[in-house]
Design a protein around this ligand. Structure first.
Ligand code: ZN
Length: 186
């Protein structure tokens, strides 16, 4: 940020009084502009034994496979955003389930959240941000062509938990969570 979004004067980067971090401060109107991490919300759409993935039609990671996910919009809940992104990117209507994974991607200033979701029919189509959408058995997941470490980690957790019977035993399970390191890229 170079100019104040409130009064259009140049901003200065400095630590305001009573703060411990550098902020963009407007010397003219006094406004302090805060920047905070953004939430990326998505689903693990399950149909039978299969999981729905989207092949990205946009950068970053054009041509790589991902779970449907995107930036949360103002005024919506994380689960509503996940449902919306699943419809927009994969053309799939899902019954949203519990939150399953939470991944801090501090170096990208993002938090990624994935919900379990159920598809009641194998109905889907590629939205504008997808080249292709397809259902995959665990054995056919294109592990070397997964777009992001948060998606790869979520899929790894999902298949391991499913094999261990975590989902069939009860609705109560802990949200899987970890930090993604800068070396893992995004
Ligand atoms: Zn200002």
């Amino acid at each position: 940020m170079k100019f104040c979004s409130h009064c259009a004067s140049p901003v200065t980067v400095k630590v305001p009084a009573d703060d411990s971090r550098e902020r963009h401060v407007c010397e003219s109107c006094g406004m302090i502009h805060y920047f905070n991490p953004r939430n990326v919300v998505g689903t693990i759409p399950v149909y039978g034994d299969q999981v729905l993935l989207c092949k990205r039609a946009i950068e970053p990671r054009y041509g790589y496979w991902t779970l449907p996910a995107g930036f949360m919009e103002l005024g919506e809940s994380t689960s509503a955003g996940a449902v919306r992104e699943t419809l927009e990117e994969a053309g799939a209507v899902v019954e949203i389930g519990p939150l399953y994974s939470l991944l801090n991607v501090a170096h990208a200033e993002q938090v990624h959240l994935f919900y379990l979701a159920r598809m009641h029919s194998p109905t889907f189509n590629a939205g504008e941000e997808s080249l292709e959408v397809a259902l995959f058995d665990e054995g056919n997941i294109p592990w070397d062509e997964i777009a992001f470490p948060t998606v790869k980690q979520t899929l790894e957790w999902f298949f391991a938990d499913r094999a261990a019977g975590v989902f069939s035993q009860s609705d109560e399970f802990s949200v899987r969570a970890r930090d993604i390191l800068p070396s893992e890229k995004i």
